[in-house]
Design a protein around this ligand. Structure first.
Ligand SMILES: N[C@@H](CCC(=O)N[C@@H](CS)C(=O)NCC(=O)O)C(=O)O
Length: 273
């Protein structure tokens, strides 16, 4: 019997991708929490497993796998029991991987900036200076420090929040079209794949922040996809059920405070296009 250990952090969107994948494959795992707010990700022992100092890391029988997109692919390939989450047809595979790219090339940073401007910023204000400095620290990615600092200082007026709004707009525009072409209910057609799993935590984050309808209001295919995703048992067990009441309450309380600012950015973006 193989052992799966997931280095994990509560409401992390990247960890949620991995947990949904594990649930979809019917796998059990042992979670080891890494508290990002007390800098546990920079513990030298953890950095040996994940040199970027980020979660998730999956350790399978002693072998560490990093990067959530790669972890999800690793799980599907290592545990071949149904459901198959990577399609076997190469063209379908390329369509599936397009969604990993949407996430890794914009949506992940976007979700971080929106969450940061809405709620982590509030949390950081009340932190002791020493801990706050550690939050700005990074292991070799000065772009992340720039983003964190800008959003900490400027909130919703940070240019990185504008980039976040644009990344979500590109993704949802494409999703509406892709679902129209595949006929749904999932991105590639009749079965859920890693394309859907990749996207679920990013839609969920907007939903819990009370912002999702800004993007889905005029997109009926996306609305149907989101309803279907929420009803999928692996979404419930891998994401929704693992969010604490406190985390849900934090998102629901702080999200609406940035809604007007986000609407303004979105309107400006749409009228410029
Ligand atoms: N590309 C990485 C990104 C991982 C990542 O940045 N995870 C966030 C949590 S969602 C993190 O650990 N951040 C570290 C921090 O906030 O200090 C992946 O997909 O695994």
């Amino acid at each position: 019997m193989s052992e799966l250990v997931l280095y994990d952090f509560g409401n992390s969107v990247c960890c949620q991708k991995v947990r949904i994948t594990l649930c979809a494959k019917g796998l059990e795992w042992r979670a080891i929490p890494v508290n990002l707010f007390t800098a546990e990700q920079y513990d030298p022992k953890y950095l040996k497993l994940n040199p970027k100092g980020v979660v998730p890391t999956l350790v399978h029988d002693g072998k560490p796998v990093i990067e959530s997109t790669l972890i999800c692919e690793y799980i599907d390939q290592t545990f071949p029991q149904p459901p198959k989450l990577i399609p076997s047809d190469p063209w379908q595979q390329s369509k599936m991987r397009l969604w990993s790219k949407f996430v890794d090339e914009g949506l992940f940073d976007g979700a971080t900036e929106l969450s940061f401007s809405a709620m982590f910023r509030e949390r950081m204000r009340t932190m002791p200076e020493e801990i706050r400095r550690k939050r700005f620290r990074n292991v070799g990615d000065p772009r992340r420090t720039d983003r964190f600092k800008s959003t900490y200082e400027l909130g919703v007026e940070s240019p990185f929040v504008v980039h976040a709004v644009a990344a979500y707009e590109r993704a949802f525009k494409h999703l509406e079209e892709a679902l129209g072409e595949s006929g749904g209910p999932w991105i590639l057609g009749t079965d859920p794949s890693l394309a859907d799993i990749n996207l679920m935590p990013f839609a969920a984050r907007l939903d819990y922040l009370g912002l999702l309808d800004l993007w889905t209001g005029s997109r009926p295919n996306v609305q149907r996809w989101w309803a279907q995703a929420q009803a999928w048992p692996s979404f419930k067990t891998g994401l929704y059920d693992l969010i604490t009441e406190h985390e849900l309450c934090e998102m629901r309380t702080h999200g609406p405070k940035i809604r007007d600012g986000i609407s303004t950015h979105l309107a400006a973006l749409r009228s410029a296009n």
